[in-house]
Design a protein around this ligand. Structure first.
Ligand SMILES: Cc1cc2nc3c(=O)[nH]c(=O)nc-3n(C[C@H](O)[C@H](O)[C@H](O)COP(=O)(O)OP(=O)(O)OC[C@H]3O[C@@H](n4cnc5c(N)ncnc54)[C@H](O)[C@@H]3O)c2cc1C
Length: 428
């Protein structure tokens, strides 16, 4: 599969990270993107209502997301992240009015847990050990089967953290995915848990620097090129049918499909992919945050889960939001602003707002859906897969998307995509 041109389909994080990695190793790459913009589910856009550039949704990274940070280093954008320099998480309970700050010790030993003053108010040490159950359960177990999903610490820490990280109700989410996530973050100590986010928008951190990196190295992203079909001969893809043109593939050319699962399924016959998804809702309010507002505030006993503060706006994220996604937009904005006003002390009058509903934000992180994720290799010698829904062992996150892009790039580089029928995720 090595040599020749690699055609990468999709300019989301997975496709872009594959492109960056291949270019870094001297490969020739062309990225084909159906939309007029790059970024996919991780994008910024000029909102006509607010007249400013906003993100489709607030994205949180943790300092333990090593591949995502490696990608940012390669494109020269790590400095664009907001980094508090410590594993600090501010929380508020909307119902009781309590506020607290989790400040995790940097090392692997969680000393903070043993200090009552550093624990979440109203919790006891034993509750912090509850997630240990996810490490010992098999791959078909849910978090609900692996740990006690009730009590003060569950409501005040485990539920908000796990819901946002897996975008699925912990009761039904995969214990194995949760274990992988915890291993790379909380279990690795506070140094792996600094909360990081794109201070000047997703495009400024994750997308535009990557496009600049590609352009500076003579690679292009061809926008408006939707792949409609892949033509195969024997064990190889031989041409790509774009709307509007056809791309013939040379003997050394390869393809990385970095498209969402429902598109990949149409393009590759017999591919098994996750087919159940969960929504995420973001509400942006065009108003300056009050003095002292934390950059990120976790909220419990409320509809709001996370409140992000930017210089010119406040922005709310609600994961696993299918219950809200079909509600009228005006009603959602008014109800959520009511909560924001109570949390911030800002006036009750609704400021200009925008709601972004992502119905298929991520695949549902259940054991059954996790089992449907395919390997990066396909049955075709010159076609590899990338995307947060590939079997990365992680939930659908930027870290997972980058990892999948890097893996696809390494398959192309090593030319090691010879069909391995036992390891494939095809139903035929
Ligand atoms: C609202 C929201 C909030 C999120 N929050 C977080 C978070 O806090 N932390 C985190 O780590 N992750 C978060 N995520 C998940 C993260 O955004 C995704 O994991 C990541 O962006 C997936 O990237 P991808 O490249 O796999 O897929 P996509 O972004 O879906 O990219 C696929 C690309 O393929 C293109 N395409 C589709 N069909 C074709 C075709 N036929 N031909 C050519 N191109 C095609 C699409 O236009 C798109 O650009 C969030 C996601 C959403 C939606």
């Amino acid at each position: 599969m090595n040599g020749g041109v690699t055609h990468i389909i999709g300019a989301g994080i997975a496709g872009l990270s594959a492109a960056v990695r291949l270019i870094d190793s001297g490969r020739e790459v062309i990225v084909h993107e159906a939309a007029a913009f790059a970024g996919g589910r991780c994008r910024s856009y000029l909102d006509p209502t607010l007249g400013v550039v906003i993100d489709n949704g607030n994205h949180l990274l943790l300092s333990g997301n090593h591949e995502a940070l490696d990608y940012l280093d390669r494109i020269g954008a790590r400095g664009t992240l907001h980094d508090p320099g410590a594993a600090i998480f501010d929380f508020a309970d909307l119902e009781s009015g309590e506020r607290w700050r989790l400040d995790l010790s940097e090392g692997r030993i969680p000393w903070w847990m043993f200090d009552r003053k550093k624990r979440v108010p109203g919790t006891v040490l034993g509750e912090y050990l509850a997630p240990l159950g996810v490490f010992v359960k098999g791959s078909s177990a849910t978090v609900g089967q692996a740990m006690r999903c009730e009590g003060p610490l569950y409501e005040r820490l485990w539920r908000p953290l796990l819901t946002s990280a897996l975008n699925t109700d912990p009761l039904e989410s995969s214990a194995a995915l949760t274990a992988a996530l915890l291993c790379e973050t909380l279990a690795a100590g506070g140094k792996a848990c600094h909360p990081l986010f794109a201070a000047h928008g997703l495009a400024s951190s994750f997308i535009n620097p990557a496009l600049g990196f590609l352009a500076a190295r003579g690679s292009s992203v061809r926008f408006g090129e939707r792949l409609k079909a892949v033509h195969f001969e024997g064990e190889r893809a031989v041409s790509l049918d774009f709307d509007p043109a056809q791309q013939e593939l040379g003997a050394g050319d390869s393809v990385i499909l970095g498209v969402p699962p429902w598109i990949a399924k149409e393009l590759l016959p017999g591919l098994t992919t996750p087919d159940e998804f969960r929504g995420i809702l973001n509400v942006h309010f065009q108003i300056a945050p009050p003095r002292g507002q934390p950059a990120i505030l976790g909220v419990v006993n409320a509809e709001i889960e996370w409140l992000f503060a930017f210089p010119d706006r406040l922005s709310v994220t609600i994961s696993n939001a299918d219950r809200l996604i079909d509600r009228p937009r005006d009603e959602l904005a008014a109800n959520i602003w009511h909560e924001v006003a109570a949390l911030t002390g800002l006036p009750a009058d609704l400021p200009p707002w925008q709601i972004v509903k992502e119905k298929r934000a991520t695949f549902a992180a259940t054991p059954a859906q996790n089992a449907k994720r395919p390997d990066s290799r396909t049955r075709w010698a010159n076609v590899a897969l990338a995307g947060d829904w590939i079997q990365t062992g992680l939930p659908a996150t930027i870290e997972g998307a980058v990892r999948s892009g890097y893996k696809a790039a390494s398959i192309v580089r090593s030319g090691a995509n010879a069909p391995r029928r036992r390891a494939m995720s095809f139903s035929q």
